[in-house]
Design a protein around this ligand. Structure first.
Ligand SMILES: [Zn+2]
Length: 140
């Protein structure tokens, strides 16, 4: 898939689940998987942030594995890996990039402190450790 064709659409209902999760877990980061098809998210799978940290996250492998199995059983795919930035803008941190090893997936970040020059919700694809912003929209 090329950068140009990759995009993420998030229904308003799912976006609100992300916002809820971000606020509930603040000051720590929240994380989860976005399942859907053709770039359109259908379902949010919240995951435990095993790091319980305000500036990084990791998912528990067994929890992630269970969710991925369920997602495939529903005929969907993991199209996004989501986490929140409670206190910083929605850009990939060095740590985020270091851990962004899943190809073809969108890394979606929701910031509770976006700052003046960046949207609260941003998505990236990562190739060879380099992030490129991809379009992300909330569907009403
Ligand atoms: Zn991050």
């Amino acid at each position: 898939m090329t950068t140009g064709s990759m995009r993420v659409s998030i229904p308003r209902k799912v976006f609100e689940q992300l916002l809820d999760a971000a606020r509930t877990h603040a000051p720590n980061e929240a994380c989860g998987l976005l399942a859907g098809r053709d770039g359109i998210v259908q379902k949010f799978y919240p995951m435990t942030n095993a790091d319980a940290s305000p500036d990084h996250y990791s998912m528990r492998p067994e929890e992630q594995f269970r969710a991925v199995k369920e997602i495939r059983r529903c005929g969907l795919q993991v199209i996004g890996i989501w986490h929140s930035h409670p206190a910083s803008p929605a850009r990939m941190s060095d740590e985020d990039l270091r851990l962004a090893y899943t190809p073809g997936v969108a890394y979606v970040i929701l910031s509770l402190r976006p700052g003046p020059d960046r949207a609260a919700l941003c998505a990236y694809r990562v190739d060879a450790g380099k992030p490129s912003a991809i379009p992300v929209e909330v569907l009403d």
